[in-house]
Structures are given as C-alpha cells and as structure tokens.
Design a binder for this molecule. Structure first.
Ligand SMILES: [Zn+2]
Length: 382
C-alpha cells in the first residue's frame, strides 16, 4: 500500500500516517477512536479529515484499461477495494463514450455530405420517388416543407399501411438522396456493429428535404396538372404503385388480425404472391373478409391442436387461398369489410388514389381495374 500525503501541515501528516499505518499482517495499527482521543478530535471527524489530506493506492488495484491505480481516501473505501480490480475507470468510460459519439456524428455527417453532393435532378426523378417523397412530406413534413419529423412520433398508418412498408419508403428516399439525415438526430439511432458496419434506425431519424420549398411546391403542383396526371395514370409504374399500396393494406391488416389472436408472424413472399392474386379478383375490402376469417380459424386451430403458434400463423396463407378459390368457383358475393379503426387511410394511399387517380375510393372498396374504370381510365397493362 502506497500512502500519499497532500498536506504540508506536520500534525495533519501525522494523523494521516497513523490512520493508514498497518502491521505486517495488514491490520490497522490504531483504532480510529484512539487517533481521535490522541488529537482531541471527534471520532467521526477523523476519516473525513484524513480523506481530505491523504490517499492510498495499490499497484494491482487499477483501471483495467489505463492501468491508473484507484485512490482510496478512507478505510472503508480501502476495504471494498477488491470490487474495483480491473474495473474501467470513469475517465476511461467517459473517453470511450465520447469516442463513440464522435464516430456516430462523423458517420451521420458523411452520410449527409455524400447525399448532398448526389441530389438528383428533380425534373428527371422517377415516379415512384416522387410519390414516396410527396407521401412522406404530407405525412411527416413540417409547415416550411423543409423537415421530415421522425416516423416513430406518429401513429401507425400515417405514412403507409404497414410498418415494414414505411421503412421501405424511407430507405428508398435515403438511397436516392432525396432526404438528408438531420444532424439533430439523436445518436442512439445509430448502432455501431463489431464488424465495423453500422446501421441507422430510419424510423427514429429526422431528415431535411434535399430540395428547396419552391421546388417541392412545383412537384406537388405537377400532379394537379391534368395533362401530366393523365399520362402518369396510364404508366405501368403508377399501376405497380397502386398494386403495391393495395397489397400492403392487406398485409397490414393481416398482421393486425394475427396480433389480435396473439399470433406473431411476418408475411413473406408466398403471402405476398397469394394476396396479389386475391386482389386481381377482389377489392381490399373483400380480401379483408378472407383475412379476418383465416386469422380466426388459425387461432381456433392453435387452441384445439398441439401445433406451434408459427404453424398456426402459417396456415393463414393456405386458408385465404382456399377461400378465394371457393368464392371464385361458386361465384359468391364476398361481403366487403369496412376499414379497420386502427388502420386509417395512409398518406401514401391518399397521394396515389385521391390526389393522382382523383377518386374518393382510396383503392379500398373496389378492385384496381374498377377504380381505374370509375375514373374513366383503363388499367394499364404491365
Ligand atoms: Zn482508466
């Protein structure tokens, strides 16, 4: 044990020396009460006095990183010393925290700078990008048309009908340099991985729009230009967007229905294919009927059989498919459902079906071909 006295006062130094004096077998030589009597102090004042005027340290009780020995001011601190062995000191922890914060800031800055120098020409933008951008601005944009607020601040279905689709839209806009990650973004949204890679939780980020407000206004006005809107409606790309929106309405509803029955499962390509086939023959409102029934059956199947929740959830796809085939073969009128209270019309759906297609249907009550027909158009062939 090394003792360091940090007072010039002789008596003070003597008190500290006696306080810390140990016998060969490591016992303290004086009781604190003995020191108190010898120097006319109150017992409880002794440790406080010593702590202010001296400290001890041991070579092997040090920070696991910088090897700086820990300092002990009182006997009770010293007695707990084994807890500190190899523990990283607060200075090292702080330095580490700061280094991580700096690295994350640097990453965000680089992402932003690289996006900024690669902003595409607004006039040459593809339709999907324009639609995604408009929907995002309408859903999450501020009044100045400059900032996109974090998706996680808003309820479900604000941007699109399904959370996975929400992220796909944001990822698309980031990949195309249409949104710039805001530097005010909380650093916790960036995760650094051990392999040197990193990931950003886009749902928790705020962004700035890569264009000036007047450019954004021009983009919005474009869709109110009857001639432009007309050619947009005829394009296969727009048709694909309509189908994608309707499909995601069904996927969003399927997830919510399964969750209501405590069956958690994320639909994959097989379900997407099957639901897309359903949507060729039935409206979203009618497909909701198939989904609702299939989720109810899956829950009952789980209750009465010894199958896993996963298997039960998996049975849903086959069930919907069979309902569709039976309804088609028997030419049944499938009762349409109303919109689910928790799944209101999303911004993306409003841009596609109300703003561009000019219907009041939101692509919900009618099949896509019928929506097009209602607005005096033929569904373009893809
Ligand atoms: Zn350290």
């Amino acid at each position: 044990m090394k003792l360091e006295i940090i007072t010039d006062d002789e008596q003070g130094a003597r008190i500290c020396g006696e306080y810390w004096r140990q016998s060969e077998d490591g016992e303290f030589v004086f009781k604190i009460s003995e020191i108190a009597i010898a120097y006319s102090m109150k017992t409880h004042e002794v440790s406080k006095f010593v702590e202010q005027h001296a400290f001890v340290w041991l070579e092997d009780i040090c920070c696991g990183r910088c090897r700086q020995p820990y300092r002990f001011g009182t006997r009770s601190q010293y007695q707990d010393r084994r807890w500190l062995r190899e523990r990283v000191c607060s200075a090292c922890l702080e330095a580490e925290r700061q280094a991580i914060a700096d690295e994350k800031k640097e990453l965000l800055l680089k992402m932003r700078q690289s996006a900024k120098s690669n902003v595409p020409d607004l006039a040459a933008l593809d339709l999907t990008s324009k639609v995604y951008l408009l929907a995002t601005i309408q859903a999450l944009g501020d009044e100045q048309l400059a900032t996109i607020e974090p998706l996680s601040d808003y309820p479900a279905c604000t941007l699109s009908p399904d959370p996975v689709y929400d992220h796909k839209v944001l990822q698309h806009l980031i990949d195309h340099n249409l949104l710039l990650i805001s530097l005010a973004t909380r650093l916790e949204v960036v995760a650094l991985h051990e392999d040197g890679q990193f990931s950003v939780d886009l749902g928790a980020c705020s962004f700035s729009i890569s264009f000036e407000a007047d450019q954004v206004i021009a983009l919005i006005n474009e869709f109110f230009d009857e001639e432009i809107a007309h050619s947009v409606r005829q394009s296969p790309e727009f048709n694909a967007l309509c189908k994608e929106a309707q499909l995601n309405e069904c996927i969003g509803f399927l997830k919510v229905m399964l969750e209501e029955h405590q069956l958690y499962w994320s639909p994959g390509e097989k379900s997407r294919q099957m639901l897309s086939r359903c949507l060729e023959h039935f409206s979203v409102a009618q497909v909701y009927n198939f989904i609702w029934r299939a989720a109810k059956d899956a829950a009952a199947y789980y209750m009465r059989s010894s199958i896993s929740k996963r298997q039960a959830a998996n049975s849903v796809v086959g069930n919907i498919s069979r309902s569709m085939e039976r309804a088609l073969a028997n030419e049944w009128e499938v009762k349409p459902f109303a919109r689910n209270y928790n799944l209101p019309q999303s911004s993306l759906s409003r841009v596609i079906f109300n703003m561009i297609l000019g219907t009041d249907d939101s692509g919900f009550d009618y099949r896509l071909a019928d929506v097009f027909e209602k607005s005096g158009l033929h569904e373009p062939s893809v």
